[in-house]
Design a protein around this ligand. Sequence first.
Ligand code: PNS
Length: 162
Amino acid sequence: MTTLLFPGSFDPFTRGHRDIARRAARICDKLYVAVMHNDSKKHYFAPDDRVFMVEESLKAIDNVEVIKYDGLLVDLYKKIQCNAVVRGIRSESDFRYEAEMALANRLLYPEYDVMLLPCRDDLSLISSSIVKEVGLYGGDISKMVPSEIYGFVSDKLKKGRE
Ligand code: PNS
């Protein structure tokens, strides 16, 4: 059985994230999507809200399980005995960041491996930061987040403006 792990902070979950999850789910038996903490970022959405957004966006995919994990990625990797981590890349800077993260994780756990999926052209400009910036100023984020969570994300960002 092939198990993949797609970790991220998903603050919020975007159409780009959903595309990576869909493609990863197609090439494995079981895909775990882990909502995690990125220490270099200040998260806008609470962990449970981020889990909710991922679950709502991926509920049509049978072999996906969403989990919340607050700890080292390699510890989760060992715990669920996955075959590889999956991450999406949009640009050269994403690639550098992912390569550094892979090196660090491999130092901690030599069995660690990662698959990098280039994002779809039409989704390459979407990031969680852009969704937050546009949404906080009242702009239209309907093309950036899955339709299932559009209302939820817009409302939360609207409250941030008040
Ligand atoms: O969506 P993000 O913010 O790029 O995801 C980054 C994330 C959460 C996968 C990364 O920060 C992470 O793995 N956090 C858990 C703590 C950890 O293991 N850090 C060491 C990575 S070298």
